[in-house]
Design a protein. Structure first.
Length: 188
């Protein structure tokens, strides 16, 4: 309800656990919440982890496709930490991929990790996926990621989790919401 009043360029992202994707009524539940609250589907994003893809790929595909047909965006969270494959990226039409913080926090100190993250960003770009880096805590990491073409970032560099009042203050002062090269407001 609170996010409905946010500026229209902001989205609300929620994490859906792998067990919830076993619920055959998941799509209907999300649709009912969107209708009840009047929240626009195009401003709503569902985040799933790679492990959600291993339970029942066809049921997951059906749910994700139904959500996307409403205008809901789908993000693959914790990319690189589980069971991802190019097959899943090709078969399930994700809108966004989120690089796990365990890779992000070492890009400026580990050449191997930096090359891996750079490859993930380039792969996402070539597939038309938005890439978000999670766990950004240092300006150097933010700058490096932006230079590689990463569109969004989240982490303590940009702010801590906050209640509604804190979010209202951030929204009221847009320069505070974009204190670095990468920024994305996310609430759950």
């Amino acid at each position: 309800m609170d996010a409905r009043e946010w500026p229209t360029h902001l989205t609300l992202a929620i994490y859906i656990a792998p067990q919830q994707f076993m619920d055959v009524w998941l799509f209907e539940r999300i649709l009912a919440i969107l209708i009840e609250t009047g929240f626009p589907p195009h401003r709503f994003e569902v985040e799933i982890t790679e492990s959600a893809l291993t339970h029942n790929l066809e049921a997951t595909r059906k749910t994700l496709t139904s959500l996307q047909n409403l205008g809901v965006r789908i993000a693959l969270d914790y990319f690189g930490m589980g069971y991802s494959s190019l097959y899943h990226l090709r078969e399930l039409k994700f809108d966004e991929r989120k690089i796990d913080r365990s890779y992000v926090d070492s890009v400026t100190i580990s050449d191997g990790r930096a090359k891996f993250v750079d490859a993930i960003i380039k792969l996402g770009s070539s597939l038309g996926l938005v890439t978000t880096a999670e766990g950004i805590e240092a300006e150097a990491s933010s700058t490096w990621l932006a230079d590689q073409g990463c569109e969004f970032g989240q982490g303590y560099l940009f702010g801590n989790p906050m209640p509604k009042g804190g979010m209202d203050r951030v929204i009221a002062t847009p320069e505070r919401a974009s204190t670095a090269n990468l920024s994305k407001v996310e609430a759950a």
